[in-house]
Design a protein around this ligand. Structure first.
Ligand code: MG
Length: 245
């Protein structure tokens, strides 16, 4: 009995010594694969070298209109501007998990109030809206203000610049996953950085953006076009690029 105890204690001691020895070798915890691909990050808000440029200020060749025809918005001075009544525009390509950079500007001349002032929106997968709105000194329901997940999540702060000034969105969007039965197994998630400030921190999206009623999920493709909203206001966009994640 005593012999057995000594044997077990020795074994335990040796095991502890081996673990200790392993912990003291720094190379043990080094991981050598995969080696990340080298990219050029670009300067400032310039697209990184692995980005898909959706609008560089020259044309709308990456976009289409509501009927699948060419996108009918104005392009002038390096920016595209909503042509009220012409309808939303969509990217020709579909996207799932992405990092998006986009710059937007609401009209300098203030017209309307609340939801009626500088309203547009960025719809991921054509369904999940991050609101674009002139929320500078323009009260509305906070889950419908700029940088809200429309009718779902209020931004952490109001980081809006004045109307007429360019503003940035850097958004990380993770697409929802569905099972065979069409039920959502992994809801969409989003992080929104507005003018360099985190305003949505990896929050869960509850479902399709709805103006009336509660959001719901319905199964859809893994990749779908990005959509920009014509809400009847002269909102402009520039420097739009995405990176697939
Ligand atoms: Mg909107």
């Amino acid at each position: 009995m005593k012999k057995k105890l000594v044997f077990l204690t020795t074994l335990l001691f040796l095991f502890a010594m081996t673990m200790e020895a392993q912990n003291s070798i720094p190379e043990v915890t080094e991981v050598h694969e995969p080696v990340p691909p080298v990219i050029d990050p670009g300067v400032g808000t310039a697209p990184p070298s692995d980005a898909i440029v959706l609008f560089d200020g020259t044309d709308l060749s990456m976009w289409k209109g509501r009927d699948g025809d060419s996108a009918p918005w104005d392009v002038d001075n390096g920016a595209m501007t909503v042509v009220p009544g012409s309808g939303d525009i969509h990217t020709k390509d579909g996207f799932g998990d992405i990092q998006l950079h986009l710059e937007w500007r609401t009209p300098e001349v203030i017209k309307g109030e609340g939801q009626g002032r500088g309203n547009s929106g960025v719809f991921f997968m054509g369904r999940y809206e991050i609101q674009v709105l002139d929320s500078y000194d323009n009260p509305t329901y906070p889950n419908g203000m700029a940088a809200s997940v429309y009718k779902q999540h209020i931004p952490l702060v109001n980081a809006c610049r004045k109307p007429g000034e360019w503003q940035t969105y850097d958004i990380i969007f993770m697409a929802p996953r569905f099972n065979e039965q069409g039920r959502v197994t992994y809801p969409a998630r989003v992080t929104v950085i507005h003018n360099g400030v985190v305003v949505q921190n990896n929050i869960e999206i509850w479902g399709d953006t709805k103006y009336r009623g509660l959001p719901t999920y319905s199964k859809h493709e893994d990749k779908l076009p990005l959509r920009l909203q014509d809400h009847g206001d002269l909102v402009s966009f520039r420097n739009i690029w995405v990176r697939e994640l």
